[in-house]
Design a protein around this ligand. Sequence first.
Ligand SMILES: Nc1ncnc2c1ncn2[C@@H]1O[C@H](COP(=O)(O)OP(=O)(O)OP(=O)(O)O)[C@@H](O)[C@H]1O
Ligand SMILES: [Mg+2]
Length: 350
Amino acid sequence: MRNGVLAITRDGRLTLLNDEARRVLDLAVEEDRMGLPFGEILQDHPEVARVLGSAFELSHLPNRAELRLKASGRVIGYTLSRIQDDEGTVTGVALLFKDLTRVEQLEEQERLRDRLAALGEMAAAIAHELKNPLAGIEVMAGLLRRRIPDAADVQSLLDDIISESKIANAIVHEALEFVRPIRLQVEHTSIAQVLHDAIRLAEGQVSRRDVAVTMSVGAHLPLIEADHYQLCQVFANLLINALEALDGTGTIAITASPAYLEEDRAEGHLTVPTVTVDVADTGPGIAPEIADKIFNPFFTSKPRGSGLGLAIVRKILDAHDGRIDVNSAPGQGTRFRVTLPVSGGSQLFK
Ligand SMILES: Nc1ncnc2c1ncn2[C@@H]1O[C@H](COP(=O)(O)OP(=O)(O)OP(=O)(O)O)[C@@H](O)[C@H]1O
Ligand SMILES: [Mg+2]
């Protein structure tokens, strides 16, 4: 029986208490105590006792009502009904109830998801509205710079205005990118090609200076079913972070190799062919206290960061049914490991 059931007689003695009722109410009532006044047995649950006690007086009994148990914080949904004998005389009352705590938690999660979705939409709307005024500021500052070519101090202020609005524009662009749902353009993709393109993309944004970048791609790496452009984005973001962490000196080692993922699924044990790519840098590492936040959107430790780089990485990898793990300790560098299924994610076949 999934419902808790509890019954009392007309004179207020407990006659029935099933296992579920004992579980939800946390009651260990020995058999010889059955038959005692319900107020005594339910002394830790005065609110339940009150509901039961009122049953003989009320003209309409509560149906599908809810009650929070003070003792445990659990919420129960309950229905009260009178028990009558053949002549219609009320001989007792039964309380049927169900533990709603789990249902409540699910509803709470649902509400949170709705709130986040609403937040995402709002962020997208704001970002969208900011795009035009920002472009306006940049253009007008450029015009002004041309009007007054001789005033060196004004020129440098205008340069700052222009570069700041470029940065703001880039953040807006990234935020829009982040909230947009991902659509994959899946093709046979060469990881080696992706990595080459990603290095070029990253170096276009952060200069390499004295950083040595090495790349080692296994000879028999299979092509994978993936979105070439979006994977470039993934590895470019990881490389940009590594270059920023290294700040001009050190090494970045990129290694790609085939691997197998052992998975237990409903269909049985599966060996899924994958490709893993490590991006390891010899930078300062990630402090343990921020390690669990780095994938959160807008989390950044950089004065100029938007904190979207890794959030976008994770989003793109999720769409590919891939995964990312990080291994880092202060002073020991950082290694991000990306694992991608060779045959693409389940999403691709939906
Ligand atoms: N290779 C790395 N070494 C050390 N710390 C890192 C590394 N990669 C990421 N981090 C940490 O993770 C944080 C989040 O990275 P993420 O790429 O999401 O944002 P960001 O680089 O700060 O900003 P954005 O990428 O949007 O410009 C960084 O601010 C940094 O603290
Ligand atoms: Mg980044």
